[in-house]
Design a protein around this ligand. Sequence first.
Ligand code: SF4
Length: 481
Amino acid sequence: MTLAQPGQPYVYTRRELVEPDWRRLPGFSGVTQAQWADAQWQRVNCVKNIRQLRGVYGDLLDDAFYADVEADQQHRATMSILLPPQMLNTMVPTGRPTSEAMLADPVRRYMLPVFSDRATDWPSHPYATRDSLHEHEMWTAEGLTHRYPTKVLAELLSTCPQYCGHCTRMDLVGNSTPQVSKLKFELKPVDRQAAMLDYLRRNPGVRDVVVSGGDVANMPFKNLEIFLDGLLELDSIRDIRLATKALMGMPQHWLKPDVVEGMARLAATAQQRGVSLAIHTHVNAAQQVTPLVARAAKTMLEIGVRDVRNQGVLLKGVNTTSEALLDLCFALADEASILPYYFYMCDMIPNAEHWRISVADAQDLQHSIMGYLPGFATPRIVCDVPYVGKRWVHQLAEYDRERGISYWTKNYRAGLEARPGGLGDPVPLERRYEYYDPIQSLPASGQRWWNTHAAPQQVQTLQEGHDRAAASAAASRALIS
Ligand code: SF4
């Protein structure tokens, strides 16, 4: 029951989760409960192209909608289409989808981008880059990014069960699109993982490993278990976090008996050794939290995983209102036992300007969600500042609101910065690092400044970006070897 609270900016209402009825979609009208619950059926029936999209929606969507998706894939997309039925079913979850409803839908806006959504004057920020967080430059083994003093990111694979339009690792993750040819790992997975474990063995100051990709749900479980067992054997590793958007996009995977049993084995070993084994997922809209997602998350907790946390991304048109964020956080915390943990500002990758918001707007959002959730479940809104790392959005050192340039400082050296000939920055602790607001969000005078100082044709082309990213990955490999 909701009590009337006059003047309250947000009114909390507990909402029961509902699995949208997939039979409302023509292509899934004959799908049984057993098929829907089967992870293999979900994988086989993923939508990867316009023909398959038509196969699901048929005449519910008009030709203009399909053409809009096609134009986006041809001219703007940095990620190819990959949508499991579970994910599709959370778009326009009540009623039969129409083109209009799909265009307005928050999940569609980031999982199935259309050309007409993209910004026209500045689709990319002049400082947008493919590897916007410079992760390749911080590889200390292929795929192992060491940019914080005590923690690393291990990218085990470059695929996911679903591809998100705004993926920050668009440089490496997924299939090439007409606009973006992806970088490839060079080492065989087994050699790459051995090199990662070797680095961690030689660097006991690293205590925390984010095991990611891609999405670990795309790794054969026995291979994932071998790597995690390797981590658990290292006494120096105290925290392991598995990154998987599939907990939401394909919860059927995390409910497979072999996966549940395997996770139970790993959780038992972790508990025995005093290691915190957690799952980090990525949910951006409340309507994506369904009973199946809740069941997958709760199953992981029941078999001994220490915590399931959410790291969402702030995306305009999806979740950049306090109401959308709080609805999502309450759905996660109340109904699925998933801890709202972070919301990242969308990174400065190419063609993302229609999704990004300014630091000032992110600060307002952080302020507007304070006080409703328990403190431990109030997510921090963070800016992932290139070469710095995550900073709470109020932590900036200086902010030029007219030109949308914020300045950030760093309080540690990490990974290759400490090596002779490393990242080439001798004074990382004295430097200020820039982050840029979307130009569309600036006052007219600021927009005029950018028009004078960075003409759109100066924007790094995606091929130039590919070449630079490939060169920095090669430079890291040379330093490692
Ligand atoms: S699941 Fe994560 S890694 Fe995979 S495409 Fe989405 S954002 Fe990128």
